[in-house]
Ligand binder design. Sequence first.
Ligand code: F6P
Length: 550
Amino acid sequence: MGHLSHDAVEAPLTTSVAWSALAAHHAAIKDRDLRSLFAEDPQRAEGFTVEGGGLTLDYSKNRITPQTISLFVQLAEERGFFQKRAAMFRGDKINVTENRAVLHAALRAPRDAIFEVNGRNVVPDVHAVLDRMAAFAERVRSGAWKGHTGKRIRNVVNIGIGGSHLGPEMAYLALRAFSDRDMRFRFVANVDGAAFTEATQDLDAEETLFVISSKTFTTLETMSNADIARAWLLQRLGEESAVAKHFVAVSTNAAGVKAFGIDTANMFEFWDWVGGRYSLDSAIGLSTMLAIGPDNFRAMLAGFHDMDVHFRTAPLAKNLPALLGLLTVWYADFFGAQSQAVLPYAQALARFPAYLQQLQMESNGKSVDLTRRRVDYQTGPIVWGEPGTDGQHSFYQLLHQGTHLVPADFIGFLEPLSPLAPPHDLLMANLFAQAEGLAFGKTAEEVAAEGVGANDVAFRVMEGNRPSNMILADRLDPRALGALVALYEHSTFVQGAIWGVGSFDQWGVELGKVLAKKIIGELRDMDEPKLAHDSSTNALIARYRASRAG
Ligand code: F6P
């Protein structure tokens, strides 16, 4: 069971030998400057660049020395990282609070691989669903699948939220260049009716397919939007029998799907060992497959798998997810960094930061470790970001001259998606320049040498020494996207393993759900006399009721 069981007696992180060694090491190098670190080692970039899964990571612009990496490895060993990683890939129930295995790696395993849950190899099940998805996607894309009135499907609306939305939307946008341009894809998550209305206002119901994506098939937002979608369709097509041709479901809950009225023959299943935020490569990716086609979807899975193999086999000091994860711990806990920026230099990755927010913040936003101890160190940082170069004209000012230390991950692609694309070198020049500027800044002497008057020098100094990673791939294609997502999945795992938290549950999301359910009743039942909340919540409810009554 590795080190992640409920009964684990893992020592507190901050008492570990490697932690103390890292603290001492931090004290010794925290004032070192990236300028001097680069000056003293001309091979630094080479020494701190690794490749894996088709991606390159240059992590030389971090506030580290070779000794930092040795201590990272020591820390990982001491925290049972190798056993924890083995336990995950072995199908142990490492999601202990929900008593579930965590096997998203099985979703992208080749047909002949073996991944077992409760002694059963799940890889054939995975490929059976993938084959069904592919057959369905081909029928829809070719026009063989007809809507209720005999028209082909041209619009696909994915209805889901959290892991059942962010991945499909992010991947569709990322890979739109590979999608069928004669089809339209929309994504509805928010329970705000405006989301559904805007997504469907220009769609012809006869040509529209709804993909209801929900692991549990009970999530309030998704069920509400699914009901609205059914009413929208029935209002336009009239007959209940139309639902079968215009609704499919992706879920682990066959009974719930049936109860909603969707034929389970049109349900694509996945399993409880797939976490919502790790489900893009499961049947939750159906809308992505409909957009880019089965071959491209399989290429994306191959990219995920490339990174899985790298994560399982590369030595820690050359392991991209391990390095990324350990650097996150380093800045969060030793430099006090509260947040981490993700800055893709690719417009197509516009939703990638949002996707990573759920992946990392829902996974590691925990303050109790697996031995039920309240932690006395920072866990998952706040993840945020926007594509470059847009962000440069917005929040980069703070990155360069603000008082917060914000480690940044830059992501770039050597080739443009199309040879006809506008000059790619403008984009790439900005990418490289930003990482350079953050690391090395501009000294007072350099500013003065530009002829700036003495009174103005202070305002124009950039102190630099602001750390970043540079992640590069050849091209933003399905394979690279798969590798990139898997890189961050495994980095998230590494962070959780070091912090000793359970990265695969999300109990914090539950409170809001329960409270909202109670208030829904109170908003609807105006006659309910007694509101038993705090005075603020009572007043807000009363105000809303009054606006409805008026
Ligand atoms: O936000 C909480 C959560 O449970 C996520 O983990 C999940 O991705 C999302 O809700 C949606 O859940 P479901 O797919 O069951 O509708």
